[in-house]
Structure formats: structure tokens, C-alpha cells
Design a protein around this ligand. Structure first.
Ligand code: NDP
Length: 335
């Protein structure tokens, strides 16, 4: 398959010779990551008797555990709590025999026919097939009040949380396609949307910019940076610095109930990069229409390979695909 040959083989060097010699546990199917993609892959893999072992990762349950209510995951007419949803997926995966282990993958070696995965620098797994479902992490500004109001007005997902701000005033930070898309989405729900842009232009595509400029209830605040959020327990406003670092610098305050970050995501792919093809922003490249990576027997699903949709349900869908691709791969391998 040409796709597998595209990779520069000189990059395929084991990144730690000390992989050898550690106590190894061999598994048929190792799943890395415990968000909707990982758990769905686990449910399908376990039901197919692949005896999956899942390494949970740093944030057990993934990004959904940082949101409050989830109303757009099919099957929950009244909505559900993000953490509860992930607990249900976990139980479902365990019911069919998935073994779930604590730990974070610190190194891999995908050079041989059997894949090596090291957890917490101490435990070595060898696996016939590996499913990567490590997700992506939303970037935050890094200001202390952002942390303080997490779950109290600060969100990094308008599609997930926008509905809770119907008729209210909110702000979106960022000037890229995501920020413009989130701002126009929120404009359909909210009374007013401020788009806080640090430069004097939008980086987003022209079409996306036009949508923003044509939407009456979006006000673009160019050359503004967020200093801090304020409010009694929940976000009630933001203090911004206009034209920071110039002689015209001044502080302005806006009254808002919701503060949405849209300054990009970082795919959690770093540890795999020596072996897997990634795009310029770090997303793992999968063969179109499948979850195959450039290494045979290594599959990727969910947000670590999807910068477009990034929804729990699409992640779950690709998790299912990864398990089916794995099942077929292992059947061929052992035939
Ligand atoms: P981008 O990296 O394109 O944009 C990030 C934005 O956040 C930039 O405007 C950047 O500002 C701003 N930013 C970054 N850090 C800070 C900070 N500390 N303070 C204030 N602002 C900050 O990320 P996106 O998520 O928007 O897009 C990622 C990729 O996905 C892009 O290729 C995009 O085109 C694509 N995409 C496509 C969509 C579509 O086609 N429908 C929808 C969404 C995304 P600055 O410009 O000053 O660097």
C-alpha cells in the first residue's frame, strides 16, 4: 500500500534502546487514551474478542470530563453530565472485558512487527495492534482567572456549552477559523458576542471573516488582549487591554456571562511523532476513509487525527472504525 511507503524511514528510529529489558506484557490490542474514541474502540474490540487493554492517560475520560452538561450526545434526551457519560462508556467497555490501566505513554517504538509502548517510563507493553485515541487539548491563555472560572463561565467549546448562554452576552477569544465559527454559532444563540482578537486583523479565511462581519450581534474587538475575568463565583465580565504596549494602551471592561477560548488545540501526538506521519499542526495523518496510520497495525481515531469536527460523537464513530480496522488487520496477520 503506497500510503505506508510515504513515510521517511530515516525518521523510524527507536527513540529509546532501553525499551528492551523491561518487564513486558504482550497484548493483542492496546488502546491509548480514554475519551469517547478510546472507549468506543474498546467496546467494539472487546466484543470482537480482541481482549483490549486500555492505557487511560493523564486525563481519564478525556475532554468531556472538563465540561458540565452534554446535551448533544445522541441517546440522552435530557442531556447528561460529561463525567457521568464517560463513566457509562467505561462501564460498557469493562462489561465486555476491556482491562483499564492507569498511566501515561512516555515512549513508543513502532519499528518492528510487534509494537512497543512504554507507560510511565517503567512498564513495557508489546502489542500486535495499537489504537491511538489520545485526543487534543484546547489551548488556554494561561491567566489565573481562567482556571478559577473553569466550569463557571469559561469554556473551550461553543458547540458543547453555547446553549447554556442563550440570550446572554459572551466573548470568544481568537482570530482564526475556529474563533469565527464559534462566534457565528454563538451569535445565533446569544444576545451579543464579542470577538477578542489580539492583532488588527483576522487570520481566518475570507469567507469566515465575511460571516463574522455580516453578523449584526458580533462586535470584533481588534488589538485587545484579556487581562482577567471577574465575577462573584461565575464570570460576570472581563478586563481587556487595548493596544497593549503602545502609547494608546488602555484598559476596558466588558460585561459577559461566558468566555470562550478558540485559540487552537494541540493534538496529543508528541510521543508518536518519531514514527507516525503528522500534519504541520501535529494531527496524526490517517489514510482517507479509515483509521490506518502510515505504520501497519497502528490506528488513530478521535481528535488526535481530526481537526475539523472534534465532537464526542464523531470521535466515538472513528473509535468504532479503529476497532473494526484492527479486527481486520489482526485477522489477516494471523491467517
Ligand atoms: P489557528 O491557529 O488558526 O488560530 C488561532 C487564533 O488564536 C489566532 O488568531 C491567534 O492569534 C489566536 N491566539 C493564539 N494564541 C493566543 C493568545 N495567547 N491570545 C490571544 N489570541 C491568541 O487555530 P484554529 O483553531 O482557528 O484553526 C486551526 C486549523 O483548523 C486552521 O488550519 C483552520 O483553518 C482550521 N479550521 C477550519 C475550519 C473550517 O474550515 N470550517 C474550522 C475551524 C478550524 P494570531 O492570529 O495573532 O496568531
Amino acid at each position: 500500500m503506497d500510503f505506508f511507503k510515504k513515510m521517511d524511514v530515516t525518521k523510524n528510529q527507536p527513540n529509546d534502546a532501553s525499551v528492551e529489558g523491561k518487564d513486558a506484557e504482550h497484548v493483542k490490542c492496546l488502546i491509548i487514551g480514554s475519551g469517547p474514541a478510546g472507549y468506543t474502540a474498546a467496546i467494539y474490540a472487546a466484543r470482537a474478542n480482541l481482549k483490549p487493554v486500555m492505557v487511560q492517560g493523564m486525563q481519564a475520560g478525556g475532554q468531556l470530563t472538563t465540561t458540565t452538561e452534554v446535551e448533544n450526545f445522541p441517546g440522552y434526551p435530557e442531556g447528561t453530565d460529561g463525567t457521568a457519560l464517560m463513566e457509562d462508556l467505561k462501564k460498557q467497555a469493562e462489561r465486555f472485558g476491556t482491562e483499564i490501566r492507569w498511566g501515561t505513554v512516555t515512549k513508543v517504538d513502532f519499528t518492528g512487527p510487534v509494537h512497543k509502548v512504554i507507560v510511565d517510563d517503567s512498564k513495557l507493553f508489546t502489542a500486535d495492534a495499537v489504537i491511538i485515541a489520545t485526543g487534543a487539548t484546547a489551548k488556554y491563555l494561561g491567566i489565573p482567572s481562567e482556571e478559577k472560572y473553569r466550569g463557571g463561565g469559561v469554556s473551550a467549546c461553543a458547540t458543547c456549552d453555547g446553549f447554556f448562554y442563550r440570550g446572554k452576552d459572551v466573548a470568544v477569544v481568537g482570530g482564526g477559523d475556529t474563533a469565527c465559527e464559534e462566534a457565528t454559532y454563538l451569535a445565533g444563540l446569544c444576545n451579543k458576542v464579542y470577538l477578542i482578537v489580539r492583532k488588527d486583523f483576522l487570520r481566518a479565511s475570507k469567507a469566515m471573516q465575511q460571516r463574522v462581519f455580516n453578523t449584526k450581534n458580533i462586535e470584533v474587538l481588534f488589538e485587545h488582549q484579556t487581562k482577567e475575568l471577574f465575577g462573584d463565583g461565575v464570570v460576570e465580565g472581563a478586563r481587556l487591554i487595548k493596544k497593549q504596549g503602545t502609547s494608546d494602551e488602555k484598559e476596558v471592561a466588558i460585561k459577559i456571562d461566558g468566555f470562550f477560548l478558540a485559540i487552537g488545540h494541540t493534538p496529543n501526538s508528541e510521543v508518536f511523532k518519531p514514527f507516525l506521519e503528522t500534519d504541520e499542526t501535529g494531527y496524526i495523518v490517517t489514510k482517507p476513509g479509515s483509521t490506518h496510520t502510515n505504520v501497519k497495525g497502528v490506528f488513530a481515531c478521535g481528535d488526535v487525527q481530526d481537526h475539523v469536527y472534534r465532537q464526542a460523537i464523531t470521535a466515538a464513530g472513528t473509535g468504532c472504525m479503529a476497532a473494526l480496522d484492527t479486527e481486520r488487520y489482526l485477522a489477516e496477520l494471523h491467517s
